[in-house]
Design a protein around this ligand. Sequence first.
Ligand code: PLP
Length: 761
Amino acid sequence: MDIYLDANATTPVLEPARAAAMAVMAESFGNPSSIHGAGLKVRALLDEVRATARRVLQAPTGRLLFTSGATEGIQTAVLSALEHLRTRRQRGAGSPSCVLYGATEHKAVPEALAHWNALLGLDLQILPIPVGPDGRHDLAWLQAHLDQAGLVCTMAANNETGVITDLDGIAALMKDRDTLWLVDGVQALGKLPLRLIERRIDYAPFSGHKLYAPKGIGMLYVREGAPFTPLLAGGGQESALRSGTENTAGIAALGVVLKALESGGTFAAPEVLQGYRIQLVQALREAFPGVVFNAPFETSLPTTLNMSVPGLSARTLLDLFDAAGIRASGGSACGAAKAKPSEVLQAMGLPEAQTASAVRLSFGPAEAPEVLAEACRRLKACGDALRNACLPASRHASTAATDRITRWVVDGACCYAVWDAASRQCAVIDPLPELNDTLAQWLRCRDGQVVAVLDTHGHGDHASSAPWLRETLADRMTDHRRLDALGWPLEADEISVGALRIRRLAVPGHTLDSTAYLLEDSTGLCAAFVGDTVMPGALGRSDFPVSTPRSYFDSLHLIHQVIGGDTLLLPGHDYDQRFATTLAVECKAQPLVEGVLTGRVKAQAFVQAKADLERHLAPTEFQTMACGARVDTGHDVGSPASGPADRIEISQADKIEISQADLADELASARRLVLVDVREAYEQQMSPLAQRWPLAAQAHIEVVPLSTLLNQLPAWRNLPPDTPLVFCCRSGNRSTQAARALRRLGHSQAFSLAGGFALLP
Ligand code: PLP
């Protein structure tokens, strides 16, 4: 069973509301503008729903029109207000210079303001009203700006945090002014009394699908006497305030919800909802001991919990919740596809780390107590899964085995841990400040001993957090020899990490101190951490004052001689999620590397070519400094998957995705196929692949979390070329990364299960 905790994004439609919509579509399908019986019947229904809405909203006067949703209501209100300001200005009746909106408003408000301000040629200043750390408007700031304002927009309750606006405080400031006031009532409907008339609110838009009615239906309240300009002109429906044949099925369903609000019994009382919140908060505190809540409970809706777990990204939490069948979100649904931190939490001035890890759990007022109880049970299981996987929720040591190399990436910068399970010894390479808590807890959780914290060079884009880690983990540092600036013990030739060895190779160029670390096991060299000297698709830039472009040329030759063309190179930056590379792969991707290693490009020409490449290096997509000029940035898929007929047939030869149906056919054909679940250990624990999709049990399943993918790359590269490797994950995103990486490294039969687990039956 899915536990749906994303009610602020949308809600299911109440069963009787669905029935009412069906009845309208099947029986009362007349056009409310028709004057025959079929039309009159549905017209009566519309009138009845409007009357109910007026009672529920306590709005006996003013206009109340049906819209397609809140976004339309907001447009109509903003257009009406701004058109009024325009005519005032035209008449020379004095003109305000700005419009104000809460810094945490739903995007629809500032976007509508900017849109209509430009279209109407008003050139008004559009100013955000700052909010405090509690998410509430700065009323002193508002008061100071009200004299110049023509319109003020302040939502009643916030969709991301549940923070309730001090509408009385604002109403007191607005008293006796002619400034117009728009209050977005979407998240408040059914949860808070809005007292629209008493507070003299001019416009209040609402949305059906946030309260158990279908999508595509909403309402707009307009105070009697407030300016109004129709957004839609046409057949004159809704008293010519909003033309277009009414969404009668939606209105009927909304009517049922409004009736339920009026008569009681369907929606829980505020005290009950507060009780649910207490249960959830207790479960979250138990599951994630460090959890923080991003809005004060006293001034926020009990149905919304915005939380962060220090050291855990929102992505990690959401993946974990999803594996547990809990559907939550990282912020507003509109922003969910983008990996941007929440602007709402930023406006509240929360620390960056807290903003980056924020997750929203929201439930509707009709939620059943059993569902919340099950949610709490699953949340606690999520905490256990994290503890077993040794992530920051853990307070206890775990004995979970782990792979040799784990990697973390922050904005394209990579950090690695080398781990020897038998001795529990570990070396950290290129620690990033953003990962401080994560790394410290990861090591503690495994009861690890740290033999070295190394940097591949003095980084230009971030400060190394090696000193912090050494100090914080002083009780776990086993090697106390004196260290050089990169963390290498003075006078040591090699470092032992249990049975593994690390040797170093000076590769000046990107910086004078650039160093590669060569990882060896009993079979010999297995991988090299090469910092920014060789990145997938790029060479490190060499235009810093500490760069030595001429010696870069020699360093490339040295890497070729000592490390070879086919050993995995693990970069300091991996902007395009390629995980690893080899010199042979880079020779194909970067003509300059190929030129140097074949002798075609001489030292002086190399220096010149690099300077040309780096002349106008823009920042990366993460707005960080680019550490090299990326020559090969396209999402190449390597060699196309065309070939003998017995291979997976896909419609486009170079398509990386395989549909569930095609994969099922392949599995049924009993041909050898490797299915790799790249979800992290805590997700796997919550829903193992074979359990989730019994058909998968017919394949050879490997469980290789993306963070430890590097360990498997050599074995996969050695698979027979016609053995398909199909990666899968929650949504198809991580599996696509893995499949692309494999293709780039030469295994052409690498695929990603389209849509991931989310689309499995
Ligand atoms: N305002 C708020 C506070 C919301 O949460 C939303 C929906 O996310 C909207 C406006 C937009 O509503 P609709 O989807 O009905 O256009």
